[in-house]
Design a protein around this ligand. Sequence first.
Ligand code: PBG
Length: 327
Amino acid sequence: MDLTIRPRRLRGNAGIRALCRETRMSPDSLIYPIFVDETLQGTRHIDALDGQYQYGLDSVHLAVEDCLAAGVTKCILFGLPAKKDAIGSSAWDEHGVVQEAIRRIKAKYPDFYVITDVCMCEYTDHGHCGVLHDHDVDNDLTLEVLCKETLSHAMAGADMVAPSDMMDGRVAAMRKTLDDNGFENVPIMAYSAKYASAFYGPFRSAAGSCPSFGDRKSYQMDCHNRKEALRECALDVEEGADIIMVKPALSYLDVIRECSDAFDLPMCAYSVSGEYAMIRTAGQAGLIDEYKVMCESAVSIFRAGANILITYYAKELAQAMKKGDIG
Ligand code: PBG
């Protein structure tokens, strides 16, 4: 054969393959989700998310130590409060679970980067992401409580806040609250295109945030839509978001691609609990190689255009990157 062009030349060995990788990742891009339970001492295994734990305030530093040992330097905090009520008032308690967790982490590890999930669903007794009016979440009333929650997180020392509620106008409202209170340097990472997804199932049992009636379809996005994702991102950019996010990740790679092409902000993807659970369980059943599928899935998210990834596999992925298996 008289072949001039032979693509296989660049695949001949591990060295040349690593040289020609088009997608580059590092542990710096990874964020690990940490669940803190105000009523817990020590740690508790999350059965719905095998290999993941809830931490008491007395032991949240252990989660951080594991991250640092693996090369992960950033987390996103989720709180399980001791008390819930109709408006989720423990969400903005100065001594609430997330606020105290931030203080404990920062006291020991001031350089560990702490992002907080800003949402009401873990704090309301009905499990919806805001204040109800009749049987639906009232957008504008919810903005008020989200701003209080945001401010209390910033005052406790959060490095970044991440609204995950999908209310209209929350980024502008949070930006104004932060700026008016001297927190103009605290960035907002907006869950911009967050879909109403069945992939959140394990998270809701881990965070105790399952809605007691109905679903989240009146505020989270319909999975059929892609232009709406561009519109949601555009709104968040206009309102002052510093980082935009698409969530879930694996079933929305097309949305990650379109949004990362359309906007010049850093693009985060959240590989959610159901994605982790699928890979984990299929691996444990011996049906797939968990490590390899974890690696390939993470690469696909970065290849789609994300440059930040929130994942329950953050520690294992950081190790895989250090070894050079990916990245
Ligand atoms: C809301 C929130 C959810 C997740 C992150 N923030 C759940 C929801 O919207 O019901 C899901 C994360 C996951 O599934 O891993 N506070």
